[in-house]
Design a binder for this molecule. Structure first.
Ligand SMILES: NC(=O)c1ccc[n+]([C@@H]2O[C@H](COP(=O)([O-])OP(=O)(O)OC[C@H]3O[C@@H](n4cnc5c(N)ncnc54)[C@H](OP(=O)(O)O)[C@@H]3O)[C@@H](O)[C@H]2O)c1
Length: 273
């Protein structure tokens, strides 16, 4: 009998960091299930990967803010006998102050960044624990450490991802399980994230701040091998996060309100990573 290959399920695989995970994992010999809403984009990637690598690559179209579509992915995770890795990567940003816009996009963000991650991780970890192996990566952000005005829901949901992943990490440790979890906290990364918001990446920040999605993913997968809980890719962002964690809250608040005010003065849209 031929042994099944380990299976990785990647959400938000139709572009950016998710597509980079798919390529890196296919090259490492995983079978893949690619999840997102844009089916043609997923199918194109699956076709490319299937011709370049020997693993099986399946497409699962799902809007993860929709409970019925989310359930399809939960069922897949709960029932896959060769499940080895879940990457909860799907996400998006919004622009502007919390109270200025309609609540629907904030609601959708919480369903995608919080509820979908909660339910998919629950399904995956229960399955992985029965075999005592495998991992879940939750894609967070350096924004989890910096509540920049204009990013309230984004900051809050990414901070939740960090707290949730840390709590789960400790539970798994206490249970003596070899199942690993990681919160990946990238800084600014060149993907479609800022295009979706109508932002010109080069105009909002110097080129040296931008990372390639492939480098972010390599840092995540290296971190996974070492069992690291928080992975912050890039030295510059490691230093920034170290500083943000050290600053007394009043100092952090002063710096962030000044920063947000100067962004508004420059008439540049508020930014988030
Ligand atoms: N780029 C950055 O600077 C940066 C920095 C820190 C953290 N991050 C995080 O990295 C993750 C990936 O973002 P990215 O930068 O790669 O942006 P991206 O290129 O815009 O990719 C976002 C992915 O999420 C999927 N998605 C969005 N809404 C969805 C929904 N309702 N259901 C299912 N899939 C959905 C999109 O696919 P469909 O549109 O096809 O559904 C797409 O594949 C996000 O969690 C983001 O917060 C990004």
């Amino acid at each position: 009998m031929i042994d099944a290959k380990p299976l990785a399920v990647v959400t938000g695989a139709s572009s950016g960091i998710g597509a980079a995970y798919a390529r890196a994992l296919a090259a490492r010999g995983y079978d893949l299930v690619l999840v997102a809403r844009r089916q043609e984009r997923l199918q194109q990637l699956a076709d490319d990967l299937s011709s370049g690598f020997r693993g099986a690559c399946t497409v699962l179209r799902a809007d993860l803010t929709d409970p019925a579509e989310l359930l399809k992915v939960e069922e897949l995770l709960a029932g896959a006998p060769n499940l080895d890795l879940l990457v909860n990567n799907a996400g998006f940003g919004t622009l502007g102050r919390f109270c200025d816009g309609p609540v629907e996009s904030q609601d959708a963000m919480h369903r995608l960044h919080v509820l979908a991650i909660l339910r998919l991780t629950h399904a995956a970890v229960r399955n992985l624990m029965t075999r005592g192996q495998g991992a879940v990566v939750n894609v967070s952000s350096v924004a989890a450490f910096a509540p920049l005005p204009g990013s309230t829901s984004y900051y809050a949901t990414k901070a939740w991802i960090n707290c949730f992943t840390e709590g789960l990490y400790l539970e798994l440790k206490c249970a003596g399980s070899r199942v690993r979890v990681q919160a990946l906290c990238p800084g600014f990364t060149l993907t479609e994230f800022h295009d979706v918001l109508g932002l010109d990446c080069k105009a909002i920040l110097g080129a040296s701040w931008w990372m390639a999605a492939e480098d972010v993913v390599e840092a995540s997968l290296r971190g996974l091998e070492k069992g690291k809980l928080f992975v912050v890719p890039g030295l510059r962002y490691k230093l920034l996060v170290g500083l943000l964690r050290l600053l007394p809250r009043p100092v952090l608040h002063f710096a962030l309100t000044k920063g947000a005010a100067s962004l508004q003065r420059d008439r540049r849209p508020m930014m988030r990573a």
